[in-house]
Write a new protein. Structure first.
Length: 256
């Protein structure tokens, strides 16, 4: 009787060990790459519950979620020979679980290395102004090159973004002086354009006044009104020369 119980206990333990080794569960974002006696099975397992053959099958879990990869700062010499320090961030995910295990030993390290070399290579082909003002264009170029390089590994690179661009202090001061000079140039151009437009309007006004002399008197009266509305202690009252000439002639006639 005791021997039978021992046998049953041994069988139960063996069954439990078998189930523990054979039954696997993969989450929704996981896939199990299966090697059966060293050979890769065509289709990965999961998500959900699946059974492996103990000792014969070996499983490698693969995470299909998007991975954020920080590309460490790289020393780059731009096309116009300016040394800059640039870092970036890349977003990628595994689209083929089998290739990510079979085609590359460590896809994280490989993707990081290819991102660093591509960053130095691409930025070295652009001048500093393009790196600062056309960053979206450079991001697209980086994404296309890195995605093409990692595609055989079953990896899809969705986004690559240049984060920070560190410029030497001397270059920053030179750029500040250049920006200040550019603002002064624009201010002078705007001021000159305003003076030109004002002179054009004054010329038009003079032409109108020459055709209608009464407009000069109206302008004269308007000026007097403006002076009178101001709180001035002294008012200069201009008298037209024509009026003085007429008064002098009238006085001369009365004397004769």
């Amino acid at each position: 009787m005791e021997a039978g119980l021992i046998v049953v206990a041994v069988v139960v333990v063996v069954v439990l060990l078998f189930l523990f080794a054979a039954v696997k569960v993969a989450r929704e974002y996981e896939r199990g790459v299966i090697f059966r006696l060293g050979r890769l099975l065509p289709e990965p397992k999961g998500p959900g519950l699946f059974i492996l053959i103990p000792v014969i099958d070996r499983m490698v879990r693969v995470d299909l979620r998007t991975v954020t990869l920080n590309v460490p700062p790289q020393e780059v010499i731009t096309k116009d020979n300016v040394p800059v320090r640039v870092n970036a961030v890349a977003y990628f995910r595994i689209v083929d679980a089998n290739d990510s295990v079979v085609q590359i030993e460590n896809y994280m390290v490989a993707t990081s290395q290819i991102s660093q070399t591509t960053l130095r290579s691409v930025l070295g082909q652009h001048v500093l102004d393009e790196l600062l003002s056309e960053r979206d264009k450079i991001n697209v170029i980086l994404q296309a090159i890195i995605d093409e390089a990692t595609s055989p590994w079953g990896i899809k690179v969705s986004v690559v973004e240049v984060k920070d661009v560190e410029i030497p202090g001397g270059m920053q001061r030179a750029m500040a002086r250049q920006a200040e000079a550019e603002r002064e140039r624009r201010a002078k151009i705007i001021s000159a354009e305003g003076e030109f437009q004002a002179s054009e309007r004054l010329k038009d006004a003079a032409a109108v006044m020459a055709q209608e002399p009464i407009t000069v008197q109206l302008r004269y009266l308007q000026t007097l009104l403006e002076i009178g509305s101001a709180n001035n202690s002294t008012i200069v009252f201009p008298i037209p020369i024509d009026l003085l000439t007429a008064l002098s002639k009238a006085a001369a006639i009365e004397k004769t």
